[in-house]
Design a protein around this ligand. Structure first.
Ligand code: NAD
Length: 298
């Protein structure tokens, strides 16, 4: 089946980016959200994306304008999927919201439609049954700022049809992604399976008073040749996300060490509104954080 019509559910942080990127690469996109005003906000985000695409990708203004003309907006779920070849769901990260959503969607979509979820922490098998078409359901996971962080992780569950998996890998390539096929379900995919332990290792060195934030980052940057170390990355990801990760691991494992990490982030960062780049302070102060100084590694 040739994929032509793509429906994106949720016009929030990731949904708006997915819709724009997909339209930019020539697909007809329908963007669904639960309220008109959210769709109006998405239109404003597209104007901002046009500037980013010009700055970061040297995109031609005419191509960016054409991308927007390929996107239609709706709050009507049935209408949003009636011609969909593929759907990408980017609604809130809650198992119950996703289950309820797929129960509603399942009878509305044509049999041909492939369902993808952009969920970061849930596994496709956790709500495959609710899709009513588990063999045509899998995860297609993007990163924030996806036009430049253009990696897509594709992860099925045990019941995903291999041909459907391959079609989604091909689709992701056609919208400019570096594709990472994942052969078995893995919480956190490849990216967060690498990123989270690295961030936590940096945090533990700092929390235990082994070294200061700059020294931890300098070690990593100099020896690996990287632009960022784990403490700067924590600022970039944001302390709220770092805190939420430690909180969910504390609940999941019941381990004291996760509780300590969670409480440390809460007391030292969340409660002091040091949320990272977004509030101008985390491990570093912004703009012009120390790790961007030319002499940081001297
Ligand atoms: P968000 O809160 O910015 O956006 C969610 C959108 O879904 C909102 O516009 C909301 O109105 C809409 N929505 C709420 N309930 C809905 C429903 N029942 N039906 C349809 N739409 C509904 O969230 P986000 O950050 O874009 O995350 C969305 C998904 O993408 C999550 O599964 C998340 O794990 C994943 N994700 C997020 C990031 C990120 O950096 N933010 C990165 C990768 C993956």
């Amino acid at each position: 089946m040739k994929i032509k019509n793509v429906t994106v559910f949720g016009s929030g942080v990731l949904g708006a980016q997915i819709a724009f990127q997909t339209a930019y690469h020539g697909y007809r996109v329908t963007l669904f959200d639960i309220k008109e005003e959210l769709l109006e906000q998405a239109k404003l985000k597209f104007e901002q994306f046009k500037q980013y695409y010009q700055q970061d990708l040297n995109a031609a203004p005419a191509d960016l304008d054409a991308a927007v003309t390929r996107i239609s907006f709706t709050t009507d779920l049935a209408g949003s999927v009636k011609d969909a070849d593929l759907t990408i769901e980017a609604i809130p990260e809650s198992i119950q919201i996703k289950k309820d959503f797929y129960k509603k969607l399942s009878p509305l979509a044509p049999a041909k439609t492939i369902f993808c979820t952009n969920s970061s922490t849930l596994l496709p098998s956790q709500f495959a049954a609710e899709t009513g078409r588990p063999e045509r359901f899998l995860a297609l996971h993007f990163a924030n700022y996806l036009w430049k962080n253009n990696v897509a992780e594709i992860m099925g569950h045990d019941g995903t049809d291999h041909e459907i998996f391959d079609q989604v890998v091909q689709f992701a390539k056609t919208i400019g992604m570096l594709t990472i096929p994942i052969y078995k379900e893995q919480p956190g995919y490849v990216m967060n399976s690498l990123l989270v332990p690295w961030l936590i290792a940096g945090l533990d060195l700092y929390r235990n008073g082994v070294a200061d934030a700059a020294s931890i980052d300098k070690t990593w940057m100099k020896t690996v040749g990287a632009d960022l170390g784990p403490m700067a990355m924590a600022d970039l990801v944001g302390m709220t996300t770092a805190y939420n990760v430690t909180k969910s691991y504390a609940e999941l494992t019941g381990e004291e060490v996760w509780e300590k990490r969670r409480d440390f982030l809460k007391e030292n960062f969340i409660d002091k509104n040091k949320l990272g780049i977004s509030t101008g302070e985390g491990f570093y102060t912004y703009p012009n954080p120390a790790y961007q100084n030319a002499d940081f590694l001297k």
